[in-house]
Structure formats: C-alpha cells, structure tokens
Design a protein around this ligand. Structure first.
Ligand SMILES: [Zn+2]
Length: 621
C-alpha cells in the first residue's frame, strides 16, 4: 500500500494461499480450469449501476450448524485501521433451498445469524459503493471496482472452503480483471476465505498489456490492466516503464516470487472520479489515481514500483506480528517501518536505477523524506517501531476530533524509507561489497521464499549475519530503529560524492505550518511544530496572524514580504488572535532548517563509482 494520501495493505495469510490460483482475463485469453465443487457460491449482478448499487447473492450448502453466522469484514488486509464495511449493505434477506424465507437476526453491527434452514442458506443483499481506491468499492456506468472485504458477506465456518463467484456483467464490453482463477463454466474460484478477501476485482472495458518474465526459479505472465480515458500509446509508454521496474526489482532478490498461478496483475484505474491509492495483494495490486497518465506525466509509476516491490516484501517476506490477519479488528505491527518504509525506499530507488528519475530528481525525493524525519518533533516521542504501532490510528482512519500528529507522529513509510537509506549507505561505506540489496536477498531466501514470518529479532540477526558483526547490528537497531537517533547523513552522502547542506541558511524562518488566507485574514491552518519560533510564541492551528513588526498581515504575500525584512537571529513583535482574544509577543527568527542534497562538484572516482553501484541499474553490475 502506498502512504494514504495514499498508504497501504500488508497482510494476508500466505500459507493458506499456496493452494490458490489466480488469473487475469477476458474470457477469451486463458484456458479455464476444470470446476472445483464449492459449498460457497456468490453471484454479483449490476442492474442499478447508475445509483452505484450491486445485487449480491451468496449460497451456503451443507450447513451443519443450527445457526449460520454471517459476517461483514471490519478490517481490510493491508489496511490497519478498522473499517465499518457493513454500513453499505442493506435489503438483506435469507431463504432455504426451497425459497422459504428464514429469520435473520443482527447479532452485532457486522454480524447476522440465520436459523431454521434446511441445510442450505441463500442470502441476498444490496451493496452501495462509490469510492474507487484500494479499500472500498465503486460501482457506476463505467465500472465495478470491488475490494472483497467491502463487498462480500462471509461465514467464518467456511473459511477453509473454496468459494466461487459469478459476475453478471451489465455491459458486453466489460471484462474481468482479478487474481481469482477462471473456471471452465465461466465462474471464478478462490481456494479459501483469505484468498477470496485478498482478490480485488475490476469489471470494465479496460485496456490491457501482457508480457512474460522468467528466471531460474519460475516463469510468469505479467498483466497490466488499465481503465482510463487516455490513449493506447500512453498505455504502451507506461507499460515500458512498468517492464523496466519489474525486471530491475527481480535483480535485487535474484528471482521473481513464485506467483501462485504463473500470473501477476496490475489493476489500474486512472480516472477523474477515483481516489489516489495503491494496494498490494498476493498476485495482483490495485492502482488508482484521479490524474491521467498525461496529466501526471507518468508519475503513477512510483506507486506501481512501490506495490510491485511488495510482491516480495510483505506479501511473502512477512512480519510475524501481522499473522494471521483478523477480519474483525485492527491489526498492529512494530515492523511497518520495514514492510512499508523499506518498500518506499526501494520504490523510488528502482526508478533511479531504471532511469525514470534523473539524478537530481531522485536526490530531491530522498531529501524530502529526510527533512520530514529530521525535523519532525515526533521523533522525540516514538522510534520507528513505535510509529509502526500507531498505524491503526493513522492509516486511512477516520476521526472527528483533531490530532497533533504533526508533532507526535512520523509516518512509518517515511521513517522506514530514511532508515532503509541510512542502512544502505552505511553498509555500502563501512562494509566493502555489502549493500541493503544483499540483506533483502538474504531475508528473501531465509524467510520470504520459505514462507516463514520474520520477527524484529530475525531482522537484526540477518544484519549481524550479513556483516558478520553482531555488535554493529545491535548498535544499528538500538540507536536508529528502536532508538530515536539519526546517523550522520552528511558524512554518508559525502562518501557517494554528494553534499547535504541547508537550502536557505540565511533565510529568516518562523514556521512551516500552513497559512491560509480567509476573509482578508491570515489563519494558521495546521499544527505549529514544537521548537519552531511560532510554537514558542504560543501560536497554533486556528489562530489569526495580525501583525509582524510594522506589517499588517492579511495575505501570505504580506507575510513573506515581512519575513524578508529580517535576518536570522533578529527579533520582532508579533500580534495574533486566538479564540477571539488578541495577544502581542516577541519572536526570534531562526534559520530555515530545510536541507538540500546535491552533487559534490569535485567528487572522486571512488565516490562516483560507489554512487553508480548504488543508483545505477543492477543489470550493469
Ligand atoms: Zn505499501
């Protein structure tokens, strides 16, 4: 999952899936598998797409309990916050094999109990969905974009049973994109509940490109399915970028994951009415963006790169504290800095190696993350493992009351990305020939490929083994992962022929909070940061800035103009109003803390070579 502007999914119990199958397809593409008898069968029809509704029927056969308990998930694999998916289903009816109505009792907000059945229970309900991302559903005239936890009622008793799905497509041009397996009778099958819930489905008149990949371990077909309003040429260009990402990442681990059915599917919706997101699954990923490929100048490749890296890191190389995934509650892990953060690091590094990012563009991405971690006050409250544990509160979680996350939280995506960077540069400069690539490959062979979930201690021991230096591993984990220190990045970057400097050392600075012009007033529109001059002056979110020195403040322009009159270390009078009362105080201008990362003019051959090994394509090594 990408960070929830965008964010993302990180679990599904792997072991259960070894059985499963996956395919993408329009019916004509793939030889269908013979039918597997299943005691759970779903039918999804879409006769009311104009009002964002689907009609769903599920049939349970061989029901051997007096009461059949039906559940709607309240968590989505890969999202850490709880979700009330049951809120969007209604018109629920139950009947037996003869069609006789059965009593249905709601036993909890997301569960129902059905009694008096004849061994068969058939349930019908309506589903509403109009939010196209990696967690929810969108049903309209153009597509049915379905995330299974938000779509399907299930019975826990049938968790280990295969389930079939049949889609009644409302439009002859629509096709089916999914990692579920097509059967000869046109239905799709999942071997069990976990795989079913992990299998999003796109039904639309999408375009598609496919290519084969192979290595000493396996061969697979990669499908890129795109529902968009752009051109086939744009899809061709995007596919070339995706092919480069897929090939480059294989070189880090030395092999592709064994995709359960020899298929992997990128399911992309780049449409003005979806919400930007990315969500990885075992043999597929959901990619959504409200911008077109042209509007975003193919920036969507960043999310694709992040999500494909998850095919190894988290879908198969998995933290033990996320196992097994519980559909009824939020799932917490201390290792999201690694599962998401290191994936964020490689998502961008891959794009430097494929040449999508020019050097300076990549360095700007790196320093943006570094500035967030270096200057966010949150690091004084939690280390990276602690930030990981806060995911259930921050990962697309909804709450009414405001938070102070700007001061108390650093995303484990960004924090982990910076730790990945620190570890990679440290390994490359202190241990000849070593790199984070080699650590990822070692972890893959030991835990990912074997399907053994890793613990925090396993990660440290793997580093000790790679470096043959347990003291180094202990120190790195205790200082930078379980501790709140940051390494000397300026020294590490210098080894790569790069210089880390303050971008505007002489610029007077009071705050990085968002300032909003409203009714000819200047409002502070985000939390002021602990340690910043405006925070020390007692100004915070919601307050109005009235006067700085002799300048009355009605606009951002006047604020910038007033600031420009001062030097670092100067003091000035500031008046502001808070809760309707006016206050006047003294502020002292600090230097703008933002860092920048640029090339060292006179880098040595050794430094340039090291940088090439780091940022260049692995196919050159
Ligand atoms: Zn992710």
């Amino acid at each position: 999952m990408v960070e929830r502007y965008h964010l993302g999914k990180d679990t599904v119990v792997r072991l259960l899936f070894a059985l499963s199958t996956s395919t993408l397809l329009s019916l004509s593409l793939l030889a269908a598998e013979p039918e597997v008898p299943s005691s759970v069968s779903y039918q999804l029809s879409f006769d009311n797409v104009v009002h964002h509704e689907a009609a769903i029927q599920v049939r349970f056969d061989a029901v051997n309990s007096t009461h059949l308990v039906l559940s709607m998930s309240s968590a989505s694999p890969g999202r850490y916050a709880p979700h009330a998916f049951a809120k969007n289903i209604y018109d629920l009816k139950a009947m037996d094999s003869t069609g006789k109505a059965l009593p249905l009792q709601r036993i909890s907000p997301s569960q129902w109990s059905v009694a008096q059945h004849d061994g068969t229970v058939i349930v019908q309900y309506r589903l509403y969905g109009d939010w196209g991302d990696g967690t929810y559903n969108q049903i309209d005239r153009t597509h049915a974009h379905l995330n299974m936890p938000a779509t399907l009622l299930f019975a826990e008793n049938y968790a280990k049973h295969p389930a079939t799905l049949r889609f009644k497509l409302p439009d002859a041009n629509w096709k089916v994109a999914t990692q579920l397996q097509l059967q000869a009778d046109g239905s799709y099958i999942a071997p069990d509940l976990q795989y079913l819930m992990d299998s999003p489905v796109e039904l639309s008149a999408f375009s598609q490109r496919s290519w084969k990949v192979a290595d000493q371990q396996s061969e697979a077909t990669i499908h890129l399915v795109l529902h968009h309003q752009g051109t086939e040429q744009q899809l061709d260009s995007f596919t070339e970028k995706a092919k480069a990402v897929v090939a480059e990442q294989q070189k880090i681990f030395g092999e592709y994951p064994k995709f359960d059915y020899g298929q992997y599917v990128f399911i992309a919706d780049y449409l003005p009415y979806v919400d930007g997101d990315g969500m990885e699954h075992r043999n597929s990923t959901i990619l959504t963006d409200e911008r077109s490929l042209k509007e975003a100048d193919y920036a969507q490749i960043e999310t694709l790169s992040h999500e494909f890296f998850h095919a190894w890191n988290v879908e198969r190389l998995r933290p033990a504290d996320l196992e097994p995934f519980d559909f009824q509650r939020a799932n917490m892990s201390r290792n999201l800095w690694f599962a998401e953060g290191v994936t964020n690091y490689y998502g961008k590094l891959t794009l430097s190696r494929t040449g999508h990012f020019e050097l300076q563009a990549y360095l700007d991405k790196v320093v943006t993350a570094l500035n967030k971690v270096q200057y966010s006050p949150g690091r004084q409250f939690f280390p990276a493992t602690g930030m990981s544990e806060l995911a259930p509160f921050v990962d697309a979680a909804v709450s009414v009351d405001p938070t102070n996350y700007a001061n108390s939280f650093i995303s484990y995506y960004t924090y982990g990305e910076v730790i990945g960077l620190a570890l990679d540069l440290t390994l490359r400069t202190e241990f000849e020939g070593l790199s984070l690539d080699l650590l990822m490959r070692q972890l893959w062979l030991e835990f990912g490929k074997t399907g053994i979930p890793y613990t925090e201690q396993d990660l440290e021991q793997a580093l000790a083994k790679l470096t043959n230096n347990p003291a180094f591993a202990r120190s790195f984990f205790s200082r930078f992962i379980q501790g709140q220190e940051l390494p000397d990045f300026a020294a590490l970057f210098a080894e790569m022929g790069l210089q880390l400097t303050q971008a505007k050392p002489k610029q007077a600075f009071l705050t990085s909070a968002t300032l909003l012009e409203q009714n000819k007033q200047l409002k502070v529109d985000s939390n002021t940061l602990i340690g910043s001059p405006l925070y020390q002056a007692g100004v915070d979110k919601g307050d109005l800035l009235l006067k700085l020195g002799r300048t009355k403040l009605k606009s951002k322009k006047q604020w910038d103009k007033a600031l420009a009159q001062y030097k670092v270390g100067d003091t000035a009078e500031l008046s502001f109003s808070s809760r309707g009362k006016t206050y006047t105080t003294q502020v002292t201008f600090a230097a703008d803390p933002a860092l920048m990362l640029t090339e060292l003019k006179d880098a040595t051959q050794k430094q340039l070579h090291r940088r090439q090994l780091w940022l260049g394509s692995l196919s050159n090594t």
